[in-house]
Design a protein around this ligand. Structure first.
Ligand code: TXA
Ligand code: MG
Length: 314
């Protein structure tokens, strides 16, 4: 059984001998292993029951380590990294041979980011290797935003859970790549597209694909709770066996079955609460969860993306 704690030394030792440690990040908790050790990386795929075609993000302590991972860093990628790291941005770049093929599922590009969490940054600085870290949830389920979420689902699969408190952003990183030099958003996430475009100009947003996706986190069904999850298209019908997830709307249903993402209508607060509230409602054993979409601007785009995919997956 895993233990939860804040001991970086212990996390470091486990990682050094090829074990798995859950790490806090500002987006969601990750399930980390030594990125340069293929056996350790294989354990992650096993623990998450993740298909081997779904590549992992490499986490580094700072932009100074980027050139050891990526073969070349185009000026535009460098600009983004300088603007937003540490932070919720993942960049796809041609990988160096040092990165094992299992990390990128055999693809020529590696996904890299610098997470913005004090504990995890100290851990990364103390290690002589980078860490791969997918979200610390079974494949297809809701990402964890607290140490306890990881414990609830992966307690026998992870050696140690580093507790950095609740994730501040609450949505996975935004993924950007540069196919043929065109800045392309592969996954909407915790960094708003507007912020990216303010630095590098217009981007192309990839639609989700149902098969053979470049980023399976883009699969149409993902992030799904076990309880059937439906988007509320019309007026709510109060149903005694349903839970409700709203943006800021008050509903006349028992408190226990209602979660309001942000009573003040703040998209940041909504993002931070999203996955935790989905988990809480999912644990009530209800017949349905009905969810209201949020305003489709800024972080709202990424929130709606997660809601739609949760609905598609259940
Ligand atoms: O915020 C995050 O990105 C979190 C925290 C823990 O850092 N990590 C995360 O990892 O969300 P994961 O594995 O749940 O999602 C990573 C996504 C997947 O959809 C994967 O397909 C895509 O990144 N990805 C990783 N490497 C890639 C590559 N080389 N090319 C294309 N997509 C890649
Ligand atoms: Mg994930």
């Amino acid at each position: 059984m895993a233990r939860i704690g804040t001991d970086i030394g212990e996390a470091q030792q486990i990682l050094q001998r090829g074990g798995l440690v859950a790490i806090p990040t500002e987006t969601v908790y990750g399930l980390a292993a030594n990125a340069l050790n293929p056996e350790a990386v294989a354990r992650i795929f096993e623990a998450k029951k993740r298909p081997s075609f779904d590549p992992l993000i490499v986490h580094i302590s700072g932009i100074d380590r980027l050139s050891s991972i990526a073969m070349e860093v185009p000026a535009i990628a460098d600009k983004l990294a300088r603007a937003f790291w540490p932070g919720p941005l993942t960049i796809l770049l041609p990988k160096r041979d040092l990165i094992p093929d299992i990390v990128t599922s055999g693809m020529p590009d590696v996904a890299v980011r610098v997470p913005n969490n004090t504990l995890t940054l100290s851990l990364l600085r103390s290690l002589p290797f980078p860490l791969v870290a997918p979200s610390a949830n079974p494949f297809g389920y809701i990402s964890p935003t607290r140490a306890q979420h990881v414990m609830d689902q992966l307690e026998d699969k992870v050696d140690y859970i580093l507790d950095g408190g609740p994730s501040e952003v609450g949505l996975e990183s935004t993924i950007v790549g540069f196919p043929d030099g065109t800045p392309t958003i592969y996954r909407m996430g915790g960094l708003e597209i507007n912020s990216i475009e303010a630095v590098i100009g217009e981007t192309h947003v990839m639609p989700h694909s149902a098969s053979n996706p470049k980023a399976p986190g883009m699969l149409k069904s993902h992030y799904a709770p076990h309880t059937p999850f439906r988007l509320m298209e019309e007026e709510l019908q109060a149903d005694s066996n349903a839970g409700y997830l709203t943006f800021s709307t008050e509903l006349n249903v028992p408190r226990e079955r209602l979660r309001i993402l942000s009573p003040a209508g703040d998209l940041r607060e909504a993002a931070k609460n999203l996955f935790g509230y989905m988990r809480e409602l999912d644990s009530l054993g209800l017949e349905y969860i009905f969810a209201e979409t949020v305003p489709d601007r800024g972080l709202g785009k990424a929130i709606n993306d997660r809601l739609r995919r949760a609905a598609a997956g259940s």
